[in-house]
Design a protein. Structure first.
Lengths: 505, 497
């Protein structure tokens, strides 16, 4: 490489374009430094982290359409779009909420605490980059940063054997999925870089180059295998069948804020990648659609059926999350024929964020010191003891179940309309069966919290085995939960300009 | 501009929100009372101002954009035509009666109880005021959720099971009808949920026969589950048996009419070929299943509330027969019948709870001779039973008569069988009245009376009962008050089909 080439490459490194990600990284390092100086009074450093992130979020929203939108930077590694901006804000919001939940959850553990917030920041920054990736190298590096961060986060409460088990499972499964993803990428790289074939490229890692190559070579066997491997690798991240095996155990063992992080942010990251990959692989539409359709149907059915019998709420929400991945996959299948589907998926993710964090917020407060054991029985008489938290829980669960007038319903409606337009009738039928099944377990949870149940009388001399007492809600947390619940209601009724932004682009 | 319809929807909601604030009992009663009274008054006001000559067109029309107008063709479009007006009035009046009855009841956590009932009321007003099909569905679900919670928290025996069963059945029905509505939205090419726009597009024959069959099938199944079409009726008696009385009044009286209204206002006029395709099956299920089979099941009931639940399932059979007949007289009869049945079943549910308070049981075998102590209650109950059987002078008679006249052209056999159903309802209706009120005082009642002698209806029970009874008699003696508008609207929608 000559000096000129290096200079040309450097000139394309527009660092200012990734200012939010850099700020997150700097903030992450700053937290570690602050830990040395500042007194370890409770939640001082996390508060700094949360406030700084809020500032970043406001800055991002204020400057939502910077001049560089629609362009690439870092020699085509990144493509900046308004979708990317939305996802940046999405992951930043997740990061803030996870940090807030972390404050509540870690107070119940004897653990070093600051590193948790550090890793959350790094992982979020990687997700923000991931959402803008336009090159398989960056895709892989960013995805691995996310995954490695999660290895630590999942097994964070290392005194709890279930957390360690979860960490190990996530490590093994994550490594396997990364391997598959890499295998697929290499195959695509190999065929797209083969000079003997039409449309081959000198830079076969770029999305654009792969897409051009695929268009020029329909039905290439190696490319097909590569595509399937790449899709399988991503399917691991979103927990789609048949790659959902890790979900219940990992969701149960991981600390509740991390479960929330996995359920919302990690899944959204997977779908952001999937949507851009579906466009890249669009010349092989038939293959992609077939693979994703089978996955979507199986995922919806499996998630809902498996969640039916769960008593541990973390496993329940994990498996119900699998079914949500299925509904989202239904939208992804429709993406190639109905452009509106992308906006529908993003709205669904947004409503999913509002609802999930409301539920996880309540779960974090209900959980005792043993974070992995959160049973439906712990919610007995919850509505009488904590009416406000119970209300937030009901709104969150109702929104997840997809009941009007909550935002989750609008998300499902938009996806169903998109799927209908794409003519995916069998999948829609499966989705409806899934929704009806899901009512049983979501309402089972609401029933446990709201309806008074008969309990056997306690024999004299024995203390009734009650669940852990819910933690009191701090003011900022109360505001956050209130906002999430209100958001679910408001966006269910009035979508306003937001809907236009999502659906009319 | 003073938007009657939006205010009728918003007042109960606002009252429900206000009830979240802790307040003394009297203030609570006033807030809830205003929340229930406003929709009823506005409904009557709208009814008085409604121009019957133009009943085919929507009146009092207003439109609000919630952000999806351009993207998905969804907007809060409110208005009433000749078909929806009587149902809107029905919702207002039954809501008022149910609300008044709930305000004086001694439910636990009264603020939440009244709040949920107010949410139901808002949803009901919205269902019949919506021109937009999406919001029509949306408001229905709105009311449904409140119903689930009310059954689950304040319900009677088996409430947990009943609430779950109700939820799952009704969600299935709602989901199927949602897909049907999406199909209508997309297949018509209108890409619009607005009923007026849909009618314009579909008038040009935008949907071919086989698509019409599928879409109407979906809607019929979905709405059918919601209206307890045989064999998807099992949720109804169970749910009504367990539901607190005010919720049962609103659901059986008004909310259940959602499905029928959807079929009459939306599905049947837009998909005439689909109706023709399914009418044989529909009539078979309606007459063989709902009217005859459920009729006999009703006779066998011992539990008073379950019996009323089953009888309401049975009466839905007549409505389905009217839809299957698919002519102006039959469909007009369905609308009349929906209104009449709404008043009568609400009255019956309310009185059954009043009976329970006096006898401490719903089991009719343990009752008897109550009329001696509570003559007014007995008079109300017997009149409501007569209405439910379909005696002339009460509203239900006209609905059933029109349905039978309309159905005769469709099928004489089914109509004859359906008319014989009237005898079945006479059997169980009169038997229940006799068992509860007449004959010797039963040992169980004597035991209860020994502790605390049953008193007759108090004014807080009489007023809601009188409201409902007055409506039944009014429509019974002057059916033209609603039939004229219904006829104009139905003729415009169904002529030439």
């Amino acid at each position: 490489m000559t000096i000129e080439q290096l200079q040309a490459a450097a000139a394309n490194n527009l660092w200012v374009n990734i200012q939010p990600e850099i700020s997150m990284g700097v903030l992450a390092l700053l937290l570690l430094v602050l830990e040395i100086f500042l007194p370890k009074k409770k939640a001082l450093i996390p508060t700094i982290s949360i406030v700084a992130q809020l500032g970043l979020l406001i800055g991002l929203l204020a400057n939502f359409s910077p001049a560089y939108l629609g362009s690439t930077s870092f020699s085509g590694l990144l493509y900046h779009s308004s979708d990317g901006q939305y996802l940046r804000a999405f992951f930043l919001t997740c990061s803030i909420l996870v940090s807030m939940l972390g404050v509540v959850a870690l107070a119940k553990q004897k653990m070093p605490k600051i590193e948790f917030f550090h890793i959350v920041l790094v992982v979020s920054a990687a997700m923000m980059l991931l959402a803008q990736a336009a090159n398989f190298v960056l895709l892989f590096v960013a995805l691995e940063t996310v995954t490695v961060g999660f290895y630590i986060l999942v097994s964070y409460t290392r005194t709890n054997p279930l957390s360690l088990e979860a960490g190990l499972k996530y490590l093994v499964m994550g490594a396997l999925s990364s391997g598959m993803l890499l295998f697929g990428i290499v195959m695509l790289y190999g065929v797209a870089g083969n000079p003997a074939l039409v449309g081959s490229s000198a830079d076969p890692m770029a999305y654009q180059a792969v897409s051009t190559f695929l268009a020029a070579n329909p039905g290439n066997f190696l490319a097909s295998v590569g595509i399937v491997f790449v899709l399988a690798g991503v399917a691991f991240k979103i927990g789609a069948v048949p790659f959902q095996i890790w979900i219940p155990d990992v969701y149960q063992g991981a600390p509740t804020p991390v479960t929330a992080f996995l359920a919302v942010a990690s899944k959204a990251a997977g779908f952001a990648v999937l949507i851009s990959l579906v466009y890249v692989f669009s010349p092989y539409e038939k293959l992609v659609t077939t693979v994703l359709s089978i996955m979507a149907g199986a995922t919806i059915l499996f998630g809902n059926l498996a969640a039916l019998t769960q008593h541990n709420v973390k496993r329940l929400i994990g498996l119900s999350g699998v079914s949500h991945a299925g509904y989202l996959l239904l939208g992804v299948v429709a993406v190639l024929t109905v452009p509106q589907a992308v906006g529908s998926i993003y709205f669904y993710l947004f409503s999913y964020l509002l609802a999930s964090f409301a539920v996880f917020g309540v779960m974090t407060h209900v959980a005792g010191s043993n974070d992995a054991e959160q049973d439906l029985d712990h919610y007995a008489d919850f509505a009488k003891k904590r009416p406000c938290l119970a209300g937030v829980l009901a709104i969150g669960l109702g929104s997840l179940a997809g009941i009007p007038p909550l935002a989750g319903f609008m998300g499902k409606l938009m996806i169903f309309i998109a799927a209908f337009k794409a003519g995916l009738y069998p999948l829609l039928a499966i989705a409806i069966v899934g929704v009806v099944i899901s009512i049983y377990y979501y309402f089972g949870w609401i029933k446990a919290a709201f309806f008074s149940t008969w309990r056997p009388p306690v024999p004299s001399g024995e203390v009734e085995a009650a669940g852990p007492a819910p933690t009191p809600v701090s003011l900022p947390m109360g505001v956050a939960l209130g906002l999430l619940a209100t958001g679910s209601v408001v966006f269910g009724i009035y979508q306003g300009p937001l809907a236009a932004w999502f659906l009319q682009r | 501009m003073f938007d009657h319809l939006l205010i009728a929807i918003a007042t109960p909601l606002a009252a429900a929100l206000l009830l979240l604030i802790p307040m003394p009992a009297l203030a609570r009663k006033v807030v809830a009372g205003v929340g229930f009274l406003m929709p009823a008054l506005l409904a009557l006001c709208v009814w008085a101002q409604f121009s019957v000559a133009d009943a085919a067109d929507y009146q009092f029309v207003t439109q609000y954009d919630t952000g999806l107008k351009d993207a998905l063709g969804i907007s809060l479009h409110l208005g009433l035509n000749g078909i929806s007006l009587p149902l809107f009035v029905l919702a207002g009046i039954v809501g008022l009666a149910a609300g008044l009855y709930a305000i004086q009841s001694k439910a636990e956590r009264p603020s939440l109880y009244l709040g949920l009932l107010l949410v139901m009321q808002a949803g009901l007003m919205g269902v019949f005021a919506s021109i937009d099909v999406f919001f029509f569905y949306f408001f229905h679900e709105f009311a449904l959720i409140a119903t689930f919670i009310m059954v689950g928290v304040w319900g009677g025996r088996d409430r947990g099971y009943a609430a779950m069963k109700l939820t799952i059945y009704l969600t299935l029905g709602a989901m199927l009808s949602l897909i049907g509505l999406i199909a209508l939205y997309h297949q018509s090419g209108a890409e619009n949920f607005d009923l007026i726009a849909l009618r314009q597009v579909i008038a040009d024959g935008a949907i071919n026969g086989s698509n019409q069959n599928v879409i109407f099938g979906l809607l019929l199944l979905g709405f059918g589950i919601l209206v307890s079409l045989f064999p998807f009726h099992t949720w109804a008696p169970l749910g009504y048996g367990a539901a607190p009385s005010s919720a049962a009044m609103l659901h059986a009286g008004v909310l259940k009419k959602f499905g029928l209204y959807g079929l009459v206002q939306i599905a049947a006029p837009l998909l005439p070929l689909g109706v023709g395709h399914w009418s044989g099956w529909l009539a078979l299920l309606a007459v063989g299943g709902n009217v005859l089979y459920i009729g006999f099941v009703t006779i066998a009931q011992r539990d008073l509330k379950q019996m009323i639940g089953y009888s309401s399932v049975m009466h839905m059979g007549y409505a389905f027969l009217g839809i299957a007949a698919f002519n102006i007289v039959g469909i007009g009869g369905v609308v009349l019948m929906m209104v009449a049945h709404g008043f009568s079943v609400a009255l019956l549910f309310m009185l059954s709870t009043s009976i329970y308070h006096r006898t401490q049981t719903f089991d009719m075998d343990d009752m008897g001779g109550l009329a001696k102590q509570t003559p007014v209650l007995a008079a109300f109950f017997v009149t409501a039973t007569f209405a439910s059987i379909g005696l002339p002078g009460l509203a239900n008679f006209w609905g059933e008569l029109a349905i039978f006249v309309g159905a005769w052209k469709f099928s004489a056999v089914y109509t004859t069988l359906a008319i014989s159903g009237v005898i079945i309802s006479a059997v169980y209706g009169l038997r229940s009245a006799a068992k509860v009120f007449f004959g010797e005082t039963s040992p169980a009642l004597a035991k209860v009376s020994a502790e605390k002698a049953p008193t007759d209806l108090c004014w807080c029970e009489k007023i809601p009962a009188l409201v409902l009874l007055a409506a039944l008699l009014f429509v019974g003696f002057w059916p033209k008050s609603i039939s004229e508008g219904v006829n104009t609207a139905v003729s415009a929608l169904y002529s030439g089909k």
